[in-house]
Design a protein around this ligand. Structure first.
Ligand code: KIV
Length: 267
């Protein structure tokens, strides 16, 4: 795909058809979204993982609409030419259809997103169809749903039994029918993710779902080595926590010793 030009939902579908992998990464502010854009990411996800990576929450349940919109707008300012997806937070779709539509509208109008992502199963398919009909591109999200951590009692690989696998296939087909332009598949066995990818026409974006999805998404803190622990599905492509801590320690030392600021930093 052409570098420096924002991709569209139909181009993502073409990429799947052509076997070209789609690369999505999370970002939460203008600094990192600019870096993701410079690196050539196809899509940026402003994930509700912002709650854990940036806001110090234990999980994503506390993240609010206002916080999401604030971070989306910052990400857009840093990456004006990248397709940005805003993650609809806990219960932002479930209280009423009207509220869900207004929340999705806020992502588009105040957060300047190109699409929203919804942790979803078959039950939300009619709502998603209404959003798509109203002009809001929607990305589904099946498999491990972090917003359900309290009812699920933790984060576990999904779709391991035959019945659970069939349910996930059913969810994927229902989402496709509702009109999603793509769907995240989180933490399911690779073979099941491959089956789902082959049985829907829209691109699948995997995280902990093996190599056969149409694309991959990772949490930026995990891949840069900024997370306190690295999940099995992630690979540290850098060790930024070490680099940053070393730089900060040097700064602390130099100020304490009167080495910084030097003449060259003074007016
Ligand atoms: O919030 C997030 O970062 C996500 C990804 C893990 C897909 O939903």
């Amino acid at each position: 795909m052409e570098k420096g030009k924002k991709l569209t939902v139909s181009q993502f579908r073409k990429m799947k058809e052509n076997g070209e992998k789609i690369v999505m990464v999370t970002a939460y502010d203008a600094c990192f979204s600019a870096l993701a854009e410079a690196a050539g990411a196809d899509m940026i996800l402003v994930g509700d993982s912002v709650g854990m990576t940036q806001l110090g929450y234990e999980n994503t349940v506390q993240v609010t609409m206002d916080q999401m919109v604030h971070h989306c707008a910052a990400v857009r300012r840093g990456a004006p030419n990248t397709f940005v997806v805003g993650d609809m937070p806990f219960l932002s779709c479930q209280i009423s259809e009207e509220q869900a539509m207004r929340n999705a509208m806020r992502f588009m109008q105040e957060g300047f997103c190109d699409a929203v992502k919804i942790e979803s199963d078959t039950l939300l398919a009619p709502l998603i169809a209404k959003m798509v009909h109203a002009g809001i591109p929607v990305m589904g999200h099946i498999g491990l749903l972090p917003q359900h951590v309290k009812t699920a009692g933790g984060y576990r690989v999904q779709g391991k039994s035959d019945a659970a696998a069939e349910r996930l296939l059913g969810d994927a087909r229902a989402l496709e029918e509702s009109g999603v332009f793509s769907m995240v598949i989180e933490c399911v066995p690779s073979l099941l993710a491959k089956r789902i990818t082959e049985s829907v026409s829209v691109p699948t974006i995997g995280i902990g779902a093996g190599p056969d999805c149409s694309g991959q998404v990772q949490v930026i803190n995990d891949l840069l080595g900024l997370s306190p622990f690295t999940p099995k599905h992630a690979k540290k492509h850098a060790e930024l926590a070490d680099i940053i801590t070393k730089a900060l320690s040097l700064y602390v030392q130099e100020v304490k010793q009167g080495v910084f600021p030097g003449k060259e930093n003074s007016f």
